[in-house]
Design a protein around this ligand. Structure first.
Ligand code: FES
Length: 210
């Protein structure tokens, strides 16, 4: 055999080539996987950032921000002490929650967390009166006032104004924004003079104390 003749493959050379090809494929796959992973992370964190900014700046629809007074809506035949009820009000997209505390107090709130809009749940067994709880980042709201008691939510829950008829049925009749009293919410939605409402409210509270 001359020195220019093609050399037969050395024993094991085919296996080496196959192994090399396999390594190349794995390296390419892991590159793709890393790129995909980075893309997913960027998309998710971008989405969260946009959502957070949108919630913070009020771009997203806020509970009960429609014009005018919403229509009254019967939400339950009865709500017993310790019970809660999920419902929608004032619109079909507006998640809300009603709770009846053990002393009979009935309270209604938006069930959309004021942090990043997760669903708020009722935890009856927590504390002396239960609490409203957002599992996304451990946000906690006072069941009696809707104010934030723990976690990152920047403000209290908007309220849903509930009334109870003599037959025990429960109706939602309006909403109040975070920090607004029920009376202020009703006044605003009915187009009444907000300042006059506040004066009337203060006078009413004064006469109750007297
Ligand atoms: S979304 Fe509720 S605490 Fe973050």
């Amino acid at each position: 055999m001359s020195v220019t003749d093609p050399q037969p493959p050395a024993p094991g050379a085919g296996a080496d080539a196959a192994q090399e090809a396999l390594h190349d494929r794995i390296a390419a796959d892991s590159l793709t996987t890393r790129r995909d992973y980075l893309r997913i992370v960027a998309t998710v964190s971008g989405g969260l950032a946009v959502g957070g900014v949108a919630v913070a700046s009020g771009i997203l629809h806020r509970h009960g921000d429609g014009d005018g007074a919403p229509e009254p809506k019967r939400i339950a035949d009865r709500i017993m002490p310790g019970e809660s009820l999920a419902f929608r009000y004032p619109g079909d997209e507006d998640r809300a929650i009603a709770v009846r505390m053990e002393d009979g107090t009935l309270a209604g709130y938006s069930a959309v967390c004021t942090h990043l809009a997760c669903a708020v749940l009722w935890r009856k067994e927590r504390g002396s009166e239960g609490e409203l709880y957002c599992p996304c980042h451990e946000g906690i709201f006072d069941a009696r006032t809707g104010e934030v008691t723990a976690g990152p939510p920047p403000r209290g829950l908007p309220k849903v104004i509930l009334i109870e008829q003599v037959d025990g049925s429960v109706w939602a009749i309006g909403t109040a924004r975070s920090g607004e009293s029920l009376r202020e919410g009703l006044c605003r939605q009915q187009g009444d003079d907000l300042r006059l409402c506040r004066v009337q409210q203060a006078a009413g509270e004064g006469s109750e104390r007297a």
